[in-house]
Design a protein around this ligand. Structure first.
Ligand SMILES: [Zn+2]
Length: 142
């Protein structure tokens, strides 16, 4: 079955970004038609789906490649924006995890003199902390 599918897809364009775009677009439009039964939206959903499959099945790979490149060029800025956004979200998430881990091991103090942030290991009882910045000493319970 898988072999037959592979043979069927030989010499065809297959899934490219533009085909994916229309596939997702059709899915979104189908979801929309579930709420408002607009026949035009439904027609657009079907058209997107058909076009997406047309791209995947197409034997004119050269032409499909050119169209896909054009699509990528046109949406370059938008896609870069979402890539950056995804990167930022990933960074914030890993930072939150790191902070949470740090809070388990360390207690955060602020130097009473220069407000420098100082972390000290938890569960050591009363300790004398020396500020690394202004050398001020103060006693805290960790
Ligand atoms: Zn200080």
């Amino acid at each position: 079955m898988r072999e037959r599918m592979a043979r069927f897809m030989m010499g065809r364009n297959g899934t490219d970004q533009l085909a994916k775009f229309f596939l997702y677009l059709s899915l979104i439009l189908i979801v929309i038609t579930m709420f408002n039964h607009n026949p035009i939206v439904y027609l657009l959903a079907i058209a997107s789906l058909v076009y997406s499959y047309f791209r995947m099945m197409s034997r004119n790979i050269q032409k499909r490649y050119y169209e896909n490149q054009q699509y990528l060029r046109m949406t370059d800025k938008i896609r870069a924006f979402f890539r950056n956004l995804a990167g930022k979200i990933r960074y914030q998430k890993s930072k939150a995890v790191y902070d949470r881990e740090q809070r388990k091991i360390y207690k955060i103090f602020y130097c009473p003199s220069c407000k420098q942030k100082i972390r000290a290991p938890k569960g050591k009882g009363k300790i004398c902390i020396t500020c690394p910045k202004c050398k001020m000493e103060f006693i805290k319970r960790t």
